[in-house]
Design a protein around this ligand. Structure first.
Ligand code: GLP
Length: 265
């Protein structure tokens, strides 16, 4: 796992976006895994700047969302389809028909999950998966005790996750109780993982993910099993890492061939 500690939340976004921009320039129809939530917003803002000011072309990029609420119509402003269209697809000039989101309003949920996995398998592998982490260690919507072998499926949202996401809705009761999410096994199939976290509220989850045991109680710890997992955090989110100085030293002294912007593998 490569852990990179940077001073500010904006710098987290800049560094992750540098890696993604490099990938898209090298392969314009690359397959990205998109995450929602507040954490990746700085990445999308920086990529939008590269599109506007540096000629980055995302029009051929293909993308798969990590997850979607169950029970919200796709046109609901807080469905992850709507959020991704608003925050990512439009500002980056992506083609909406290249962007896939699990169908949270499907009558046959199991079939919708299977179809999503089949679509990823046909188009993929996902070259780079963007991730955030929940305060309880979830990635995507893989709540604690999720199997490391799991694939796209329906999950019940943890009470803490519903409370955390209530800020996007008019009242806490409006937060859906269920979601469809790529499984941990699906996420681990991506060639490169880039997880970003900012702020003190994520410090515990980050420490457990990076330095704790590999455990389904902290789904983010699955990243320890991946050969190209990159964790980019600001100082506040890094504040409970016991080996923070070692990560800083490692990054400062990385060999030229391991420059962060250059995707490995
Ligand atoms: C959300 C999403 C995750 C996200 C996490 C943290 O509910 N399903 O993909 O990484 O919870 O969210 P935030 O970045 O807003 O803290």
């Amino acid at each position: 796992m490569q852990v990179v500690i940077v001073p500010t939340p904006a710098e987290v976004g800049r560094l992750a976006a540098a890696k993604i921009g490099h990938l898209v320039r090298g392969r314009p129809d690359t397959v990205l895994g998109l995450a929602t939530g507040s954490s990746p917003l700085a990445i999308y803002a920086e990529l939008a700047r590269q599109v506007a000011e540096e000629g980055l072309d995302c029009s051929q990029v293909r993308a798969f969302a990590l997850d979607e609420y169950v029970g919200l119509p796709p046109e609901h402003p807080e469905s992850y389809r709507s959020v991704l269209m608003r925050d990512v697809v439009e500002p980056l000039g992506m083609d909406p028909s290249n962007v896939h989101v699990p169908d949270g309003s499907a009558a046959d949920v199991a079939a919708a999950c299977e179809a999503y996995e089949a679509q990823i398998a046909e188009t993929g592998p996902v070259a780079l998966q963007i991730l955030g982490i929940g305060a309880n260690g979830h990635i995507g919507f893989n709540e604690p005790t999720s199997s490391f072998a799991s694939r796209t499926r329906i999950k019940t949202l943890a009470p803490q996750t519903r409370a955390d996401n209530a800020r996007f809705f008019d009242s806490p009761e409006q937060v859906p109780t269920h979601c469809l999410t790529q499984g941990l096994g699906t996420i681990l199939d991506a060639t490169t993982l880039v997880l970003v976290a900012q702020g003190e509220t994520k410090a515990d989850a980050v420490a457990k993910m990076v330095e704790g045991p590999v455990s389904s109680m902290c789904p983010g710890s699955a990243l320890q099993l991946h050969r190209d997992a990159n964790v980019i955090v600001d100082e506040a989110a890094a504040s409970r890492l016991t080996l923070a100085d070692y990560y800083r030293y490692t990054f400062a002294n990385r060999p030229a061939w391991q420059r962060f912007e250059t995707p490995r593998g």
